[in-house]
Design a binder for this molecule. Structure first.
Ligand SMILES: Nc1ncnc2c1ncn2[C@@H]1O[C@H](COP(=O)(O)OP(=O)(O)OP(=O)(O)O)[C@@H](O)[C@H]1O
Ligand SMILES: [Mg+2]
Length: 266
């Protein structure tokens, strides 16, 4: 059982805290490997980008962090995943773990609720009952997701009536309402227009002051714009991890990373 998770990881003042530490992570579905022996750390307040072609294991990696294998009997995981210094298997329960990790999937997953209730649900479930307190949280989350101005006059209408790009921002607002330490996004802009994509990118740059972000993207230029460090996944292997700017300047250890970044395949 995890007691005080936030105070638990020792660090000196100039070393960023490690939020996620992965060692030798392998993931398979039935007998088929999706990811093999990945080892990496994600640091506090960074945007950690993951790029790679279709089927390289990016989504499986996020699923393993979020313990989604609990709901997929064919998915098996070996190796270790520590979140805030604790093995994720040892968290009190999966819901306590997920409260600290917000996940945004490629397509908006709205709850069949009003805009307000989409965002108020998680705070309500953790015991916040006063309408005034909920109002503050809802406004703040919608502001941080750059959606408030567009919806403040229709908070009671169904979230599903918003445009695709607005629904994706509502999904982000809902993820933020859990007050996560880690926000994971899986190809968030796949169904979002370029203007909304840019707005969300601006939101992420702001949010990293407050939390850590893992961003899976199939747009290499999006990784370049946003990620502090980037990992390149290929065919179920984490080929390389580096400072994003260095990788894009051609300072790679594996020529396949350069080929992918330069658009020669994928
Ligand atoms: N639920 C599942 N059952 C069986 N195989 C799966 C399942 N999910 C993923 N896979 C397989 O695992 C491998 C990695 O898939 P994953 O979804 O992690 O890739 P990805 O990098 O996210 O790809 P994309 O860019 O297309 O989203 C693929 O070969 C995929 O077919
Ligand atoms: Mg994927």
């Amino acid at each position: 059982m995890v007691a005080s998770v936030q105070a638990s990881t020792p660090r000196s003042s100039d070393t960023p805290r490690t939020v996620v530490s992965i060692k030798d992570l392998s993931i398979s579905y039935a007998e088929k490997a999706a990811l093999r022996n990945a080892t990496l750390d994600v640091r506090e307040h960074e945007i950690f980008g993951i790029i790679g072609p279709a089927g390289s294991g990016k989504t499986s990696f996020l699923k393993a962090l979020n313990r989604m294998n609990l709901f997929d009997a064919s998915m098996s995981i070996s190796g270790s995943i520590e979140f805030l210094g604790h093995d994720i298997q040892r968290w009190r329960n999966v819901y306590a773990l997920r409260k600290r990790m917000g996940v945004v999937f490629p397509l908006p997953v709205g709850l069949p609720l009003s805009i307000y209730e989409n965002v108020a649900l998680a705070p309500r479930l953790r015991g916040i009952k006063k309408k005034a307190d909920l109002n503050v949280i809802v406004e703040r989350c919608l502001q941080r997701a750059a959606l408030w101005d567009e919806v403040k006059d229709r908070l009671d209408s169904l979230g599903s009536l918003l445009s695709g790009g607005q629904q994706q921002r509502l999904t982000i607002a809902r993820a933020l309402s859990q007050d996560p330490v880690l926000l994971m996004l899986d190809e968030f802009s796949i169904a979002v227009d370029p203007v909304t994509t840019m707005r969300i990118e601006d939101v992420l740059k702001e949010l990293k002051q407050e939390m850590t972000i893992i961003m899976v993207t199939n747009l290499v230029q999006q990784a370049r714009r946003l990620a502090d460090r980037t990992a390149f996944f290929l065919n179920g292997s984490c080929v390389e991890i580096g400072e994003t700017e260095s990788l894009f300047n051609g300072e790679v250890q594996d020529s396949r990373t350069r080929d992918y970044i330069e658009g020669r395949f994928g």
